[in-house]
Design a protein around this ligand. Structure first.
Ligand code: GDP
Length: 364
């Protein structure tokens, strides 16, 4: 599955947000209990109204949403790259995530101490980014030193790694994150495998005061501008509000939201923004037993998409039977879609589209 790491300076609202995320009714209503893997790791159901529609048409007994994992990565402070706070231990946690949800304090509250004694989310973002850049530089230097012997032996893989590490190093030495390095398609995989912290896409989470969650404020506007200039994303959320919503049942939550002038919980927006940022898409498998959603990266060919369900599906892939979501709904299910000629047989090179309802045929 895909993993988002929640980072931020102390006292910005990370734990509040993490608890809200993982206790929310949406996470509970899903047919798997919210699952706490470790105290700071949780899986959340990805809200998707299409799944309920499909289940309704197919009269599926069970509805199983797709999931996203959130990891609360505490301990990031100024000096983390030099071992302050939890230091390197927590940097290792960041290496493993697909994207970073960076919580920024955008609320004013004299009762909640800010580590720097002022509310300035753009400066906070820079503080954290600087730590990540320093950590990357340090690990690059170590890794390049370790590659020296292999390079003498004309190891091709080592040469590729060293070339990519050198490009990242040059960028970081200019004071810029490694994500700004332009990487050729043939290097993309090796580049990802380097797991540099500043190549992870960032979603800035502006934690605003309770009465600002619909509108944002001047702080969140400054973050929005910064995010846009970096090619990163942002969402506006009040962690306190989300915490309250997470304790309500679905009906109460809806009333509460409309009183606040909100259309949906901020958490839904957060998860969707994570989806966008990671370029993720959803396909469905639908039958009388269950309707289920699955997550893939945009541009995934059918065999690899099948592999998300089971490795054997990928290995023995023969073909996929496909109905687009809109057709499935318009023709009231698979039989209707088939009769209307909307069920397609697709081969190995078919690129799965968001909303596809799929059956895989495979050799066991
Ligand atoms: P963390 O250290 O980043 O995990 O921060 P916490 O989630 O523990 O929050 C730190 C303090 O800020 C707690 O007392 C929270 O109740 C408070 N807090 C979090 N979000 C908000 C908010 O939106 N508004 C206000 N006024 N306080 C908040």
């Amino acid at each position: 599955g895909f993993k988002m790491g929640i980072v931020g300076l102390p006292n910005v609202g990370k734990s509040t947000l993490f608890n809200a995320l993982t206790r929310t009714a949406a996470a509970q209503a899903a047919n798997f209990p919210f699952c706490t893997i470790e105290p700071n790791v949780g899986e959340v159901a990805v809200p998707d109204a299409r799944l309920d529609t499909l289940a309704g048409i197919a009269k599926s007994k069970e509805i199983i949403p797709t999931r996203m994992t959130f990891v609360d990565i505490a301990g990031l402070v100024k000096g983390a790259s030099k071992g302050e706070g939890l230091g390197n231990q927590f940097l290792a946690n960041i290496r493993e995530v697909d994207a970073i949800a960076h919580v920024l304090r955008c609320f004013e509250d004299g009762d909640v101490t800010h580590v720097e004694g002022r509310v300035d989310p753009v400066a906070d973002a820079e503080t954290i980014e600087t730590e990540l850049m320093l950590a990357d530089l340090e690990s690059i230097e170590k890794r390049r030193a370790n590659l020296v012997r292999k390079l003498k032996g004309n190891d091709k893989e080592a040469a590729q790694q060293d070339r990519l590490l050198a490009a990242a190093q040059a960028m970081l030495e200019e004071g810029k994150p490694a994500r700004l390095v332009e990487v050729d398609a043939e290097d993309a995989r090796a580049w990802r495998m380097l797991q540099l912290l500043t190549t992870k896409p960032v979603l800035y989470v502006c934690n605003v005061a309770e009465d600002e969650s619909a509108t944002g404020n001047a702080h969140s506007a400054a973050v929005a501008e910064m995010a846009a200039s970096q090619g990163n994303a942002h969402v506006i959320i009040s962690a306190r509000i989300e915490e309250e919503i997470s304790q309500l049942d679905a009906e109460e939550a809806e009333m509460f939201l409309s009183e606040m002038g909100l259309e949906e919980p901020g958490l839904d927006r957060l998860i969707r923004a994570g989806y966008e940022l990671l370029q993720l898409e959803t396909y469905f498998t639908v039958g009388p037993k269950e309707a289920r959603a699955w997550t893939i990266r945009r541009g995934t060919p059918a065999p690899q998409a099948a592999g998300v369900i089971h490795g054997d599906f990928e290995k023995g892939f023969i073909r996929a039977e496909t109905v687009a979501y809109d057709d499935y709904v318009a023709f009231n299910g698979e039989t209707g879609a088939r009769d209307a000629g909307k069920l397609r047989a697709e081969g190995k090179s078919y690129v799965v589209k968001d909303g596809d309802v799929l059956h895989f045929l495979f050799n066991a």
